[in-house]
Design a protein around this ligand. Structure first.
Ligand SMILES: *Cc1c(COP(=O)(O)O)cnc(C)c1O
Length: 370
């Protein structure tokens, strides 16, 4: 039996053909061609005006927060359950992250906790759509509006997710995406900054080009110190092929999730929600075992390992990390992560492999039931 990886990309002849063309011909006057096509296609998929390809999602967040003027003395609110990449740029800019608790059903930040955490120093709210699950965008955007604070979306895990007809990443002041090899669409490493705000777009373009403004006619004259977070044309060629296949790739993720859901029905656990009016892209099928069941994630991970299956722990609360202030009051975050595991998923994952994973989950939870 071959190893079941927790995720892997779907690469076809189309990606190989575009990447080969970029490697062979994408130089000189064509050196940005695939980048432009990738940005345009991605912006069209999302329904946004502007997209800027970057070397990573971390870089896209850094650029966007810098363009908003986030700096020393400012506070940025985000959920305690997150990958470090969503918060690291806040630290790069010398600002202070404020980690709030999550909702028990979506595992995304709790709007009431966000509102309670707002101070005169709050400069942004980062809404991360965790594992494809959507943040309550209506509530968050209303809070942002009421206090004059931009809401930004880290939609790295939410390709294919939609909130009342609007795609994740298209609703905030800006949105960011990752095309790391583990994400729903990939360029190996890579990211995207998107926005409908013309001025913010111009600001990000300048910052992302080492501080050289578009209108600057003097050669090699940076008007300020900016950043260098660009994507290469060869990566963008792979990205363009992935966007051309995006509906198929999203469907693959959704098929895997629904099979997990059917196979695990009736067990004492909950999975990623898909509320009325929303679509979940199901980047990572996740189980949260009911609190009444005695369960350790290490136990399940050991069973997976013995069966050549890669398991992934649910993100630790960021406030557990030694360099951040601890937040024991974030009780939902501190409770859920111990009971939760991401299940393997990739677009063309075989039915038998999904069944094999589910058999182990069932065996473990049934044994606990007895
Ligand atoms: C993967 C991920 C990132 C980091 O993306 P990189 O491209 O590796 O920088 C940021 N935020 C979220 C929510 C992610 O899942």
């Amino acid at each position: 039996m071959t190893r079941i990886h927790y995720t892997k990309p779907s690469i076809t002849d189309l990606e190989v053909a575009y990447a080969t063309d970029a490697a062979r011909n994408g130089w000189g006057e064509k050196c940005y061609e695939y980048i432009g096509r990738f940005e345009t296609a991605f912006a069209r998929h999302l329904g946004v005006k502007h997209a800027v390809a970057t070397s990573s999602c971390t870089g896209a967040i850094h650029l966007g927060l810098a363009a908003l003027g986030v700096g020393a003395g400012d506070e940025v609110i985000l959920a305690d359950i997150n990958w470090i990449a969503s918060v690291a740029p806040v630290i790069y800019l010398g600002a202070t992250p404020v980690m709030v608790d999550i909702l028990p059903d979506t595992w995304c930040l709790d709007p009431a906790k966000v509102e309670a955490a707002i101070t005169p120093r709050t400069k942004a709210i980062i809404a991360v759509h965790i594992y494809g699950n959507l943040c309550d965008m209506d509530a968050l955007l209303a809070i942002g509006e009421r206090y004059g604070i931009p809401v930004i979306e880290d939609a790295a895990e939410a390709i294919g997710s939609q909130w009342r007809g609007q795609r994740a990443g298209s609703m905030g002041r800006f949105g960011t995406f990752s095309f790391h090899g583990t994400k729903t669409i990939t360029t190996g490493e890579g990211g995207m900054f998107v926005t409908n705000d013309d001025a913010l777009f111009e600001r990000v373009l300048t910052l992302s080009n080492h501080g050289r403004a578009r209108g600057q006619t003097k050669q090699f004259w940076p008007d300020e110190v900016g950043f260098k977070y660009k994507m290469s044309n060869i990566q963008a060629a792979i990205g363009l092929a992935q966007v051309e296949r995006i509906e198929e790739l999203i469907e693959g993720k959704r098929r895997v999730f629904s099979q997990y859901q059917r196979e695990l029905a009736g067990l004492p656990l909950t999975m990623n929600p898909e509320p009325e009016g929303c679509v979940n892209g199901y980047w990572m099928p996740t189980i949260v075992v009911d609190g009444a069941v005695s369960f350790t994630r290490d136990g399940l991970l050991a069973e997976f390992k013995a069966n050549e299956i890669d398991g992934r722990v649910f993100f630790w609360p960021l406030s557990e990390l030694p360099y951040f202030p601890s937040r024991p009051d974030n009780t939902v975050a501190h409770d859920i992560y111990r009971r939760a595991i991401n299940l393997p998923t990739y677009h063309d994952m075989a039915t038998q492999d999904i069944q094999h994973v589910c058999e182990i989950v069932r065996r473990l939870l049934r044994a606990k039931d007895d």
